[in-house]
Design a protein around this ligand. Sequence first.
Ligand SMILES: Cc1cc2nc3c(=O)[nH]c(=O)nc-3n(C[C@H](O)[C@H](O)[C@H](O)COP(=O)(O)OP(=O)(O)OC[C@H]3O[C@@H](n4cnc5c(N)ncnc54)[C@H](O)[C@@H]3O)c2cc1C
Length: 281
Amino acid sequence: MAEHETTRDGQRPERTVYALTDSGRDELLARDITVQHGKRLVAAHDTGAGVRAEFDDGSEAFGDLLIGCDGVHSTVRRLIDPTAPAPSYAGLINTGGYASGVSVDTEPGSYEMIFGKRAFFGYLKADDGQVWWFSNVPRRDEPARGELAAVSGEEWRRRMLELYAEDAGPAVSLIEATPEIMPMTAIHSIPHLPRWHNDRMIVVGDAAHAPSPSSGQGASLSIEDGVPSACGTCPPRKRRSPSSLPNAVPGSSASSRPPPASTTTRRPARSAGCSATPSCR
Ligand SMILES: Cc1cc2nc3c(=O)[nH]c(=O)nc-3n(C[C@H](O)[C@H](O)[C@H](O)COP(=O)(O)OP(=O)(O)OC[C@H]3O[C@@H](n4cnc5c(N)ncnc54)[C@H](O)[C@@H]3O)c2cc1C
């Protein structure tokens, strides 16, 4: 699913190239699986016979199991363990945007990542030539609530143009050509989660083990989590209704290892210049 190509010649930026293809949505449609949007889970209860999920619009849903793939600020994680550790600030703030009319030296679908002198930059060319980019900017202290939102997009543009001014690559051109800079947000990670399931609920993906985005592995790990979940809940030859997670998901018994996150999630965040690594704290 991913191709890696790294250069360390002192002249060019270190680069990692990813080619990703997402066929998941087509597969859902092909299997006639219904997806409902716009509902926010607020609570869930083990009824003994299954799980009742409650949403903020007052609606409910029932199922054998609840798989929480609800991201780094997961509600399901707190439902499983109200004392679960809070996400750790990764020492990075993040924004991005969409630029048109800039020629970049990559094939559509390939992801380029650059460890710049003072900040990290990633971009991907879409089939129509538009370039989608993101920027990770090191910042030691966690921003206060509302602090990042109080800075205008134009001010972030000005600051980023300064940060990337000395770097090779198209960061400056892409930032200049972007009509609207996306809101800057703080990046969080989940380095360790002691309890990631109970009998009927489990967290996967970022909800269980969000890595730093500069690892470039979070989506891959989330997809990796999906494999044992799918294998456990839907055996190929004999469909069954799993009565609990230890039955449904191989490896989810209390004594076994956590979801298939690699050492990536435990590796410190890395970016250019400074990051949450011990050396720059
Ligand atoms: C800047 C940046 C760059 C990245 N680059 C890469 C990369 O190159 N390669 C890579 O592999 N990974 C990358 N990642 C990481 C990757 O995006 C995440 O690891 C991945 O999206 C996690 O998937 P997820 O499904 O677990 O969570 P998410 O993608 O966060 O999805 C969670 C979903 O749950 C929804 N949700 C949350 N709470 C509720 C609720 N209560 N009820 C209902 N829905 C809810 C959210 O709205 C969201 O749609 C990057 C991340 C960032 C921030």
